[in-house]
Write a protein that binds this ligand. Structure first.
Ligand code: NAP
Length: 295
C-alpha cells in the first residue's frame, strides 16, 4: 500500500482564502481591521525570516501589521514596556513576540506579560489553561494546524488511538490536549511518548494516528508504524543547504519507507509547516472579533 499524501500546502491555501474573506467582512460590515504586532529582538537570521513571512502574510490578507525590531541588548524592563504599550493599543489585536529571546531576558516573563486576549500564539498560561479544560480561547498555531489538517483530510479522530512522540509545550503537549477534548475533531485516546518512554515502537505500533514531534530526522521508521495508520510529521530538521544557501529539511519520519505502510502521511516540507502561519492569521482575526464583542 502507498499512503495518501496529505497536502498541507493546499489545505493552508484554502484556509488562507477563508481568512481573507473574514478580514474583508470585518472591514466591510463592521469597520474593523484586524491588527498583528510582531516583536523581534536581535538579529537571529531564522527569526528574521519567520517575522518577515508573518508580516508579508498580513499584508497579503489585508491585516494591519506593526513590526517592531529591537536591539539584542534591550533590557527586560524596556521590552516589558513595549509589550504593555501593545496591550493598550486598540489597533493591535494580536501580539507575537518572536522566540528565542536573548539570554538576559526571561522569556516566560515577557510571554506572560502579553494580554491573554491578544495571545494569538496561544502560549500564555491563561490560553493553555483554557485549552486544557476545553474552554474557548487561542490554540497554539502548529498543534491547531495539525487538528485542522486531520479534519480537512477527512480523518476521523473520534475514538482513534493517537500516539504523540514528543512532549514540548509548543507541539507535543498541546496537540495531545487538543485531541483529548470531548469535542468535534477530537475525542481521541491519546498516549504521549518522550525520551524516557520504554519501548516507543510498542506504543507507536498501536497508533491509528501517529504524530511525530521529536526534532530528530527519520526517527520514525516503517517498523514503528501500524499498517494503514495516519502519520503526521511535525519535524523540520535542517540536514544541509543547497548551493544557493536554501535549507534542506527532513522530517522526523522516514518518509520513503513509512509511506509504503501508512494509509496517509504528511510530507516535509508541505505538510504541517504551511499550516502554522495560517492559523496565526486566523487567531488574529478571532482576536479582532472578540475585541469587538462579535464572538
Ligand atoms: P523539542 O522542544 O526539542 O521537543 C522534542 C520532544 O521530543 C521532547 O519532548 C523530547 O523528549 C522528545 N524526544 C527527543 N528525543 C527523543 C527520543 N530519542 N525518543 C523519544 N522522544 C524524544 O521540539 P519541538 O519544539 O516540539 O519540535 C519538534 C520538531 O517539530 C522539530 O523538528 C521542530 O523544528 C518541528 N516544529 C515544526 C513546526 C512547524 O512545522 N510549523 C513548529 C514547531 C516545531 P523529552 O521531553 O524527554 O526531552
Amino acid at each position: 500500500m502507498t499512503a495518501r499524501i496529505i497536502n498541507g500546502t493546499d489545505i493552508a491555501r484554502q484556509i488562507t482564502e477563508e481568512v481573507r474573506r473574514e478580514v474583508e467582512d470585518l472591514k466591510n460590515l463592521h469597520g474593523i481591521t484586524p491588527g498583528l504586532a510582531t516583536v523581534l529582538v536581535g538579529e537571529d537570521p531564522a527569526s528574521q525570516v519567520y517575522v518577515a513571512s508573518k508580516v508579508k502574510m498580513c499584508q497579503n490578507l489585508g491585516i494591519y501589521s506593526e513590526r517592531i525590531d529591537l536591539p539584542a541588548g534591550i533590557s527586560e524592563a524596556k521590552l516589558l514596556e513595549v509589550v504593555e504599550n501593545l496591550n493598550a493599543n486598540p489597533k493591535i489585536h494580536g501580539i507575537l513576540v518572536q522566540v528565542p529571546l536573548p539570554k538576559h531576558i526571561d522569556e516566560g516573563k515577557i510571554l506572560f506579560s502579553i494580554d491573554p486576549d491578544k495571545d494569538v500564539d496561544g502560549f500564555h498560561p491563561v490560553s493553555v489553561g483554557r485549552m486544557v479544560i476545553g474552554e474557548p480561547g487561542f490554540l497554539p498555531c502548529t498543534p491547531h494546524g495539525i487538528q485542522v489538517l486531520l479534519e480537512r483530510s477527512g480523518i476521523v479522530t473520534e475514538g482513534a488511538e493517537v500516539v504523540v512522540v514528543g512532549r514540548s509545550n509548543i507541539v507535543g503537549k498541546p496537540i495531545a490536549n487538543i485531541l483529548l477534548q470531548k469535542a468535534r475533531g477530537a475525542n481521541s485516546t491519546v498516549t504521549i511518548c518522550h525520551s524516557a518512554t520504554r519501548d516507543i515502537g510498542g506504543h507507536t505500533r498501536r497508533a491509528d494516528i501517529l504524530i511525530a514531534a521529536i526534532g530528530k530526522p527519520w526517527f520514525i521508521t516503517a517498523d514503528m508504524v501500524k499498517d494503514g495508520a495516519v502519520v503526521i510529521d511535525v519535524g523540520t530538521n535542517e540536514i544541509g543547504r543547497t548551493p544557493e544557501g536554501k535549507r534542506i529539511l527532513a522530517g522526523d519520519v522516514d518518509f520513503a519507507s513509512v509511506k509504503e505502510k501508512a494509509g496517509a502521511i504528511t510530507p516535509v516540507p508541505g505538510g504541517v509547516g504551511p499550516m502554522t502561519i495560517v492559523m496565526l492569521m486566523s487567531n488574529t482575526v478571532k482576536a479582532a472579533r472578540m475585541a469587538a464583542g462579535l464572538g
